[in-house]
Design a protein around this ligand. Structure first.
Ligand SMILES: *Cc1c(COP(=O)(O)O)cnc(C)c1O
Length: 414
């Protein structure tokens, strides 16, 4: 035990995994046995049952007419996308690489949409050939898609991604409002719609995405209401009636001490109001929300093994075989302004009553490689398993795996 105070208060988080005989149980296996089954640490494990449960919970509360899409950049693991494709109404992709995974997963091309700045000509060709919906984000894309449609003899299915004239309040990451590389500014959309109307393109609707990781329901409700209003205003300039309206998402999950689960009730009733109005004002439009993190984030854990214990000037460091090169977000270097600890436990000592204040670090030669900064954890030995919760989104593929040349991490769906 050190005499250092824990740096942050404990997480209020109740993790969704059972505990048996002192071990976290993941996919029906005690963690140490799962680690043997996987064949190595570090690894990510995603729980099918939790993914299914999360979608079912959302469906139970959201209006039945609102379609649920999975934004797969949050976690593009092919087996997971396969699982999600059967549960949700559509998949949102952000590149031709993701499009391949979605199509391989069996997603219906009619229910796949493609957003992202800087779509390349080859990617647009692939998207038109696949018959998916393309969210246009610039005039160049209109020009390219027109040429591609003519050459292919089939009209591209397009929607316009609108950069709204408002911002999503208290969002972790703002992706709409103000000057942005995403979408087309709302005030430029009427001219773009006229341009689309002059070409052999199949216009279907609008896509608005205001931001990510929002834990304030009233901010999400407001953004969705404003998005809807904007879409109605812009619809009067559209070359054909709206058949598709994607109102975004941005639902957050709790990561840090003091954060709570998002209250879905106000969001569901806000969407119900929008759905009622849409039935009158935009009768042909299918309403969609697209969620990444909220669907998969809490179903995943990252597991790394302690390879060394060191005490430096009174502070204990647990040195692990994994670090920021696998889990950049947990190190605080993926969009955090002030570094805070993710929820971390010792997965094979869940019922230990002996605690100590330790820092969990990785094997990289940089002080940024910090997975837990002075947290109260169960007392450990070399060989124990450190678990980071809330790791199902923006983990594996959002981390610089090649940095320092350590062995690759693996992912399992359990
Ligand atoms: C990243 C992204 C999402 C998913 O965001 P989450 O915060 O993970 O739900 C949805 N739509 C678009 C356009 C995105 O770029």
């Amino acid at each position: 035990m050190t005499n250092l105070e824990a740096k942050t208060p404990a997480h209020a988080l109740l993790h969704p995994f059972p505990v048996e005989q002192g071990e976290l149980v993941v996919g029906g296996l005690p963690l140490s046995r799962l680690a043997t089954r996987v064949g190595q640490t570090p690894f990510y494990a995603y729980d099918r049952r939790l993914l299914t449960q999360r979608v079912a919970e959302l469906r139970a509360i959201l209006p039945a007419s609102v379609k649920l899409h999975y934004a797969m950049k949050a976690n593009p693991m092919p087996a997971l996308v396969c699982h999600m494709a059967r549960l949700v109404d559509g998949i949102d992709v952000a590149s031709a690489g993701e499009l391949k995974v979605a199509l391989d997963a069996g997603a219906d091309p009619r229910e796949i949409s493609f957003a992202g700045p800087g779509k390349q000509c080859r990617e647009l060709q692939q998207a038109v050939a696949a018959g998916i919906l393309i969210n246009i984000e610039s005039v160049r894309e209109v020009t390219e898609l027109t040429a591609i449609s003519r050459a292919a003899g089939c009209a591209a299915r397009v929607a316009v991604r609108v950069n709204p004239d408002f911002e999503l309040k208290s969002s972790g990451m703002k992706m709409g409002g103000g000057a942005k590389q995403f979408g087309v500014d709302a005030e430029q959309v009427p001219a773009l719609l006229a341009e689309i109307g002059r070409h052999p393109l199949n216009f279907e609707g609008f896509h608005l995405f205001a931001g990510s990781q929002n834990l304030r329901p009233e901010a999400i409700v407001e953004a969705q209401a404003k998005s809807y209003e904007l879409a109605v205003r812009l619809a009067s300039h559209a070359p054909s009636p709206l058949r598709f309206l994607n109102l975004g998402g941005g639902f957050g999950i709790p990561y840090f001490p003091g954060e709570r689960h998002l209250d879905l009730e106000p969001i569901a009733s806000g969407l119900a109001t929008i759905a009622e109005r849409a039935a009158r004002e935009l009768p042909d439009a299918e309403l969609v929300i697209e969620l990444g993190r909220y669907l998969v984030g809490e179903a995943g854990i990252y597991v790394t093994r302690i390879v060394d214990r060191k005490v430096s000037r009174g502070q204990t460091f647990l040195v692990c075989d994994g670090g920021l090169h696998h889990h950049l977000s947990a190190s605080g270097n993926f969009g955090q302004i002030i570094r805070k600890n993710y929820p971390v436990v010792i997965g094979n000592r869940m019922t230990s009553t002996v605690a100590e204040t330790v820092s969990v670090v990785g094997p990289l030669c940089t002080p940024l490689d910090l997975l837990a900064d002075r947290m109260q954890l169960a007392e450990t030995q070399v060989g124990d398993l450190v678990v980071i919760f809330q790791s199902g989104a923006y983990g594996f593929t959002a981390s610089p795996q090649a940095f320092l040349g350590h062995p690759a991490c693996v992912e399992v769906l359990v």
